[in-house]
Write a protein that binds this ligand. Structure first.
Ligand SMILES: [Zn+2]
Ligand SMILES: [Zn+2]
Length: 134
């Protein structure tokens, strides 16, 4: 698949191409900060098919976590575009809300349900994992 997206203010734009590696809904506590409190919905795409077409993001990596992800976001409006995980070398984990057409997404799995809040809904009929799938 091939799609484009960007941040809320338009300072950052990107293009992504390739087969999604993993389509997920993440309930982890860290994602709750980024999403505003709900689970985070992300599409893991091949890094080789991803590039920014406008602007360059600010990056942030927590120093107090084991294997922290690096988050990339717009320095102007704060929209989080993606994260890069040391466990997912060769891929980018794109935030579905930044896609021009988020309806292209559906989750394959829910992960980190150990941090799930009572008001979070799990995707129906899809596997859910307390942490990461095996
Ligand atoms: Zn922006
Ligand atoms: Zn998460």
């Amino acid at each position: 698949m091939k799609f484009e997206g960007g941040c809320y203010c338009g300072a950052l734009r990107y293009a992504a191409e390739g087969d999604p590696i993993f389509r997920l809904q993440c309930h982890c506590r860290e994602c709750q900060y980024i999403s505003g409190g709900s689970p985070n919905v992300c599409m893991m795409m091949p890094e080789a098919g991803f590039h920014y077409t406008k602007g360059s993001p600010k990056q942030f990596t927590r120093s107090d976590l084991e294997d922290p992800v690096t988050r990339e976001f717009c320095a102007v409006c704060g929209t989080h575009i993606l994260s890069r995980s040391p466990k997912g070398a060769g891929s980018v984990i794109l935030k579905v809300g930044t896609m021009d057409n988020p309806a292209l997404f559906e989750p394959d799995v829910a992960i980190f349900t150990i941090d799930k809040q009572p008001f979070h809904a799990l995707p129906e009929g899809k596997p859910a994992f307390e942490r990461l799938p095996g």
